[in-house]
Write a protein that binds this ligand. Structure first.
Ligand SMILES: Cc1cc2nc3c(=O)[nH]c(=O)nc-3n(C[C@H](O)[C@H](O)[C@H](O)COP(=O)(O)OP(=O)(O)OC[C@H]3O[C@@H](n4cnc5c(N)ncnc54)[C@H](O)[C@@H]3O)c2cc1C
Length: 475
């Protein structure tokens, strides 16, 4: 019997999941069809690696960006084959990394002879169950009947309530700076307000900055991402920490660990990196109230230290700030009135700005119950998914399968990446995603040792499609 699995989303997480599904089916000598569904033109690029701007660099060194958890040197070998001078600590362009992921998908598909990869360039707008298996409804009106689904949706759009209805409806508001051509309209000239001061703002500033215009960047904290060390150092292993003793005790333990790391290495970064392997466990040990407190009080500080920019990017941002081309402040938008030639913005620090455009660089939506994404709404409305811990993302089991709402049936739907944030806290970077992709593929195929507890192999009781699938699919 041929196992049929649909992966919804063809960014980094979807690409890595498709690769693992093909590899693991291939190794087991199993016939399988994998459907990779995403309206995006490319495969593997998604938001982070779809940028055409070569100045947008990876924020993780090349040595840690392999597609495969069991072959950590894979990306670096690929780089050195092209450039013998490439080094483990290099921060290469994200465009190059997107190309790599696309190649990995193509090569895997070519190698796994009993597995067929179908790429569908449509959006999944709903899911329903028929004969015990999921049926995906596509934006073009077709249906795709499969035995299992893996959601790799990425971070779903942020909450833009701060912009007010007038600005949101205006052509001078850029809701998604990653959308193709988004920065080529009103944001291309004149002063611009960037709302958010994280990784997205940094990239947008690098792209938009030029003499004669000022980019204003604001966020509640006004904090910018820190930079990596010029030469990455080995992580300092964390001492035994236990979130069950409460957030205050955990904060103390983490501070002591960082101070010890600073004494040993002269810098806090190796100790912070040593927290990476234990972050999910610590997060899960915290009580629900402490998780919410962390999100309110610590998240921003955690993120600017944990998700750092490449040294070259930090230098570029420093130069923009020193030259007055980028002004960063801790402030919120309290009013924004779009007019004929500009947007008049009032900020909480009392300033009034007249800008050509306002670009939303805010983080992703944490609470998906307010999402207008039709697929997520469908899953929540049917009870096939429920909000994750602390109300963040969707709740998943250890191996990634969606946890249904109370009284609802579990469907054969798994998830990787950003929607698992409530369970794992850190779930969006490639070093985390590649592990999830392998685990989810193992759980879907029922491979012992790869899947987590409670897996539900796709071929157990799977129902073959009764009729041809009415969608366009290119291998
Ligand atoms: C600016 C920036 C820089 C980053 N740099 C790094 C880095 O250097 N290293 C690192 O490890 N991580 C980095 N990250 C983290 C990054 O989020 C991940 O590495 C990666 O982009 C996550 O990929 P993803 O597939 O989960 O999400 P995305 O890239 O957002 O892809 C999700 C895809 O799902 C599709 N989709 C969504 N809903 C549907 C639907 N209903 N039907 C069909 N398709 C759908 C979308 O079209 C999209 O193509 C960075 C993030 C940002 C924002």
């Amino acid at each position: 019997m041929t196992g049929r699995v649909a992966v919804v989303g063809a960014g980094a997480a979807g690409a890595l999941t498709a690769v693992q599904l093909m590899r693991q089916a291939g190794r087991a000598g199993r016939r399988a069809e994998v459907w990779l569904v995403d309206p995006a033109a490319h495969t593997g690029r998604g938001v982070a690696y779809g940028t055409p701007d070569a100045r947008h660099l990876l924020n993780v060194p090349a040595a840690r960006m392999s597609a495969f958890p069991d072959d950590p040197g894979h990306f670096l070998r690929r780089l050195t084959a092209r450039d013998p001078h490439a080094a483990p600590g290099d921060f290469v362009s994200r465009r190059e990394y997107g190309r790599y992921l696309g190649e990995v998908v193509e090569e895997t598909a070519a190698r796994c002879r009993h597995v067929r990869l179908n790429r569908v360039r449509e959006r999944v707008v709903a899911v329903r169950e028929r004969d015990g298996g999921p049926v995906l409804r596509l934006s073009g009106g077709g249906e795709l009947r499969v035995d299992a689904v893996v959601l790799a949706l990425g971070a779903l759009g942020g909450d833009h309530g701060w912009a007010g209805p007038g600005l949101r409806a205006s052509s001078r508001f850029v809701a998604d700076p990653w959308a193709p051509g988004a920065l080529e309209g009103p944001a291309a000239q004149g002063d611009v307000l960037l709302v958010g001061t994280g990784l997205t703002m940094v990239d947008v500033a690098v792209t938009l900055a030029r003499p004669g215009r000022v980019l204003h960047a604001v966020s509640r904290s006004g904090l910018l991402p820190r930079e990596h060390l010029p030469v990455p150092a080995a992580a300092v292993q964390a001492p035994p920490l236990d979130g069950a003793h409460g957030l205050d005790a955990l904060r103390r333990g983490v501070r002591l660990h960082l101070a010890a790391g600073r004494r040993r290495c002269g810098d806090w970064r190796p100790a912070l990196d040593g927290l990476r392997p234990v972050t999910a466990a610590l997060w899960q040990q915290l009580s629900a109230a402490d998780r919410r407190r962390f999100l309110d009080q610590d998240l921003r500080m955690w993120e600017v230290h944990r998700h750092r920019v490449a040294p070259a990017t930090a230098v570029a941002v420093g130069a923009l700030r020193a030259g007055g081309l980028l002004r960063v402040a801790a402030a919120e938008v309290v009013g924004a009135v779009p007019g004929a030639g500009a947007v008049e913005v009032s900020l909480s620090d009392g300033r009034r700005l007249r800008v050509a455009a306002v670009v939303a660089c805010t983080g992703p939506r944490m609470d998906l119950t307010g999402s207008d994404d039709p697929l997520v709404r469908c899953l929540l409305e049917h009870g096939w998914a429920r909000p994750g811990p602390a109300g963040v993302g969707l709740d998943t089991r250890d191996e990634g399968r969606l946890v249904p709402a109370a009284g609802a049936r579990a469907v054969r739907v798994w998830a990787v990446g950003a929607v698992r944030r409530g369970n794992l806290l850190e779930t969006t970077a490639v070093p985390e995603i590649r592990v999830q992709a392998a685990q989810v593929a193992g759980a879907v195929w029922g491979v012992p040792g790869v899947s987590g507890a409670g897996s539900s192999p796709v071929l157990e009781g799977a129902v073959s499609p009764a009729a041809p699938v009415p969608v366009s699919a290119a291998p």
